[in-house]
Design a protein around this ligand. Structure first.
Ligand SMILES: Nc1ncnc2c1ncn2[C@@H]1O[C@H](COP(=O)(O)OP(=O)(O)O)[C@@H](O)[C@H]1O
Ligand SMILES: [Mg+2]
Length: 325
């Protein structure tokens, strides 16, 4: 049972600016992100649909090239789309890390090449995800649109960010304090007042702490931010979002609700439909009951299984109508 529809949720959150879609692979996150972005653009908001996903899909969804730059979507006023170039982001992050490790080695007076450290820091599979997360935060901070829709919620990163931000903050404060103490001691010991030295690592830490704080403020503001989860009426995708929603509650990240996708329309089913189709419908009925029990009050829309995949603006537009029905 849907208590508050997607349309009602949007009407109740006029200041909604950052939306994300999470869920298991293949459930329709990209499609729903596209459909919501299209609906927001239609309502008059300058909207950016962005993919931070290394596997590119927005160009496919829109049937037009939106790779590598923010491009206006042909056929939809107010809508821009952007598939972020992962290679470029990763190369840039690697350079930034190399620079910071260099500063640190210099500060600590360690005479070793930074390269070894850079390799081990960036070999981590989480590095790519972090680089994409940074990219997303950059877009959010630039503030050039009324609304942003991100295909694929950076679930692990959002969680890590919010879980770690108070720890980082403590750590950076401690670092700053000991550096200040070291500096005044140095000043006391020197006879002539020396010109103040630039401290890039310190400056970076301060900026980083501010960025984290700002990102946390935006991502935990229920008027501005909503994470939506997409599921199918099937066991695994339900289990995945159950876990996500749990984490998000724990960290105070606003959950906008749950969208059920690919529900088979029973009305359209012929009496002589094949048994495997009938069985599938019975299975979906059973999981719909589980969804009702588990996501009480969070269900926003039930989108039917279409005859064909969703591709191009007209078919996305039809999906948007159903998402907001
Ligand atoms: N309601 C639907 N009916 C039919 N096909 C759908 C529906 N929703 C999504 N699809 C198709 O399913 C595939 C996976 O959807 P996609 O949005 O790419 O999933 P995800 O981003 O979660 O991996 C795509 O080919 C898409 O066109
Ligand atoms: Mg996708």
């Amino acid at each position: 049972m849907i208590e508050t529809t997607m349309a009602e949720f949007l009407a109740a959150h006029p200041g909604l600016k950052f939306t994300f879609f999470g869920g298991k692979g293949g459930v329709g996150k990209t499609v729903m992100a596209g459909a919501l972005a299209l609906a927001l653009a239609r309502s008059g908001k300058r909207t950016l649909l962005a993919s931070t996903n290394p596997v590119h899909s927005l160009s496919g969804l829109l049937a037009q090239d939106v790779y590598g730059a923010q491009k206006p979507v042909q056929g939809v006023p107010n809508l821009w789309a952007y598939e972020i170039d992962t290679k470029e982001t990763i190369a840039r992050s690697k350079n930034e890390i190399r620079e910071k490790i260099g500063w640190f080695l210099k500060y600590a007076d360690i005479r070793t090449k930074a390269d070894e450290f850079v390799e081990s820091a960036t070999m981590n599979p989480a590095f790519e995800e972090s680089a994409m997360f940074e990219n997303m935060i950059d877009l959010m901070f630039k503030d050039e649109y009324d609304a942003y829709v991100f295909d694929t919620a950076p679930t692990a990163n959002a969680r890590r960010l919010l879980g770690m931000s108070s720890v980082y903050s403590l750590w950076v404060n401690k670092m700053m304090q000991s550096r200040e103490e070291a500096k005044t001691l140095k000043e006391k010991l020197s006879y002539s007042k020396q010109k103040e030295e630039k401290d890039p690592l310190m400056e970076y830490l301060i900026t980083f702490r501010e960025r984290m704080g700002h990102a946390k403020d935006l991502l935990t503001d229920p008027q501005k931010t909503a994470f939506f989860f997409v599921t199918l009426p099937e066991a695994l995708p339900i289990a995945v979002i159950k876990r996500f929603i749990h984490w998000f509650h724990d960290f105070g990240i606003p959950v906008g609700g749950v969208v059920v996708n690919m529900r088979i329309d029973k009305e359209a089913l012929a009496a002589d439909a094949a048994d495997f189709v009938k069985n599938r419908v019975a299975m979906q009925d059973q999981y719909m009951r589980e969804i009702d029990d588990t996501f009480d009050g969070l269900l926003r829309a039930i989108v039917p299984l279409f005859d064909d995949e969703v591709r191009g603006v007209p078919s996305l537009s039809k999906t948007a109508d159903l998402l907001l029905a």
